[in-house]
Design a protein around this ligand. Structure first.
Ligand code: FAD
Length: 385
């Protein structure tokens, strides 16, 4: 009921449309895809058909506009049905496409965005390396400038959509000694000589999403594929991540909501000591905590989204949303398994998958420790310490 106070008529329609699609198309396939680790092309194409890759993108590039509040609504509904599909969506739209949209010039936006909006091409965002995760400035992939092109050498790890993508947003340094000020950002297209990608299989959760290692060996990228000014890549990546975390927070709300609903259904069916276990106070408290934390996480997420949509600073708020929502989703998943007893420990129960899917939300797009650093920095700054 409160949703009608918090969301506009249009946002409620969007929520209902995506929820119907997710329940009908995504949820029934989620378990099988988790087992097979296959990239869910049907899901990806379905999201494209609904026009969801056009959110936040100007109609000049084929998009439908809108803001990150809408993205949060969409991601929550996708994640509630299939968390793996929500990370594919987030990496495509909130990471890779946003980097091109925000930092690309007119020619680059016209060239790269329309096929990504239509879902004819898949995008990936490649920042992390074997020796540079939280410490982004330590990245070692080099971009050596030559005549009209940069030569890329190095590798990237854990890249979502990395083995299916056509359009890669890649960060590399032209001078490692400059650390944050030496990093540039490029669009590398699939098929560029010297570029190869290899799927990393065997993930704990989000198994239908593809995760890949990218290798660059004397990979020549035309100068016109550099996004933004030389040396600004690190700062551009940080801006993208601070907004994209809103989507990850929404993903956590979706996973947590699915946990809550599965738990609430099960405890009414399961009998112990002659009663449905829903009648036991210890069980009710778990449901109460899950519901309260999910509501709080959703509100933090929407606050960060509203700030972003108003062009206001939102770095600390998106870090708070991502930190709280990811830890709350993990608590919810643990409780959901707990109320299912032994049944929750087997793959027949969806909560087993939710438990595995939830874990990575405390790791990617900045670990919980990194979120706490960002929040603490902002607290100290605000207090003038
Ligand atoms: C499934 C999956 C998908 C991913 N998708 C992408 C993607 O699409 N693109 C991309 O670029 N990356 C992606 N990543 C990478 C992800 O963002 C990194 O794994 C993450 O940033 C952490 O980096 P790391 O793994 O190197 O861990 P490390 O940075 O080595 O961290 C190890 C531990 O040390 C802690 N730590 C590090 N520094 C500090 C500090 N200063 N203070 C306190 N604690 C600290 C961390 O919090 C963590 O607990 C993905 C990862 C996974 C698992």
């Amino acid at each position: 009921m409160t949703e009608s106070l918090l969301l506009s008529e249009q946002e409620l329609i969007l929520q209902r449309t995506v929820r119907d699609f997710a329940e009908r198309e995504l949820a029934p396939r989620a378990r099988e895809l988790d087992e097979s680790e296959e990239f869910p092309w049907e899901n990806f194409n379905g999201l494209a058909k609904l026009g969801l890759f056009g959110l936040t993108i100007d109609p000049a590039y084929g998009g439908t506009g809108g803001g990150f509040k809408e993205v949060a609504i969409v991601v929550e509904e996708i994640a509630r049905a299939c968390a793996a599909t929500s990370v594919i969506y987030a990496a495509h739209l909130s990471l890779a496409m946003q980097t091109i949209y925000r930092f690309g010039n007119e020619e680059q936006k016209q060239r790269f965005l329309p096929p990504l909006v239509r879902g004819e091409k898949v995008a990936a965002f490649a920042l992390t390396e074997p020796g540079a995760g939280s410490d982004v400035a330590a990245l070692a992939t080099t971009a050596t400038k030559g005549k009209g092109r940069y030569m890329l050498n190095g590798s990237k790890l854990f890249i979502t959509n990395g083995d299916v993508a056509d359009t890669f947003v890649v960060f590399a340094t032209h001078d490692r000694s400059l650390r944050t000020r030496g990093i540039d950002c490029f669009v590398v297209e699939k098929g560029t000589p010297g570029f190869s990608n290899h799927r990393q299989s065997g993930k704990m959760g989000m198994r239908a999403s593809s995760t890949a290692e990218l290798v660059f060996q004397d990979c020549a990228v035309p100068e016109e594929n550099r996004l933004g000014a030389e040396g600004t890549g690190f700062y551009d990546a940080m801006q993208i991540l601070e907004t994209s975390r809103i989507g990850i927070a929404a993903q956590c709300v979706g996973i947590g909501q699915a946990c809550l609903e599965a738990a609430a259904r099960y405890v009414q069916r399961r009998q112990a000591f002659g009663h449905p276990i829903a009648e036991f106070q210890a069980i009710q408290w778990m449901l109460a905590d899950m519901a309260t934390e999910m509501d709080a996480a959703r509100l933090l997420t929407r606050r960060a989204a509203i700030l972003k949509d108003q062009d206001m600073p939102h770095g600390a708020e998106s870090a708070m949303a991502k930190l709280f929502a990811s830890e709350a989703a993990n608590r919810a998943a643990s409780k959901a398994v707990q109320v299912h007893g032994g049944y929750g420990y087997f793959k027949d129960s969806p909560v087993e998958r939710y438990y595995r899917d939830a874990k990575v939300t405390e790791i990617y797009e900045g670990t919980s420790e990194v979120q706490r650093l960002i929040i603490a920095r902002s607290v100290l700054q605000a207090l003038g310490v």
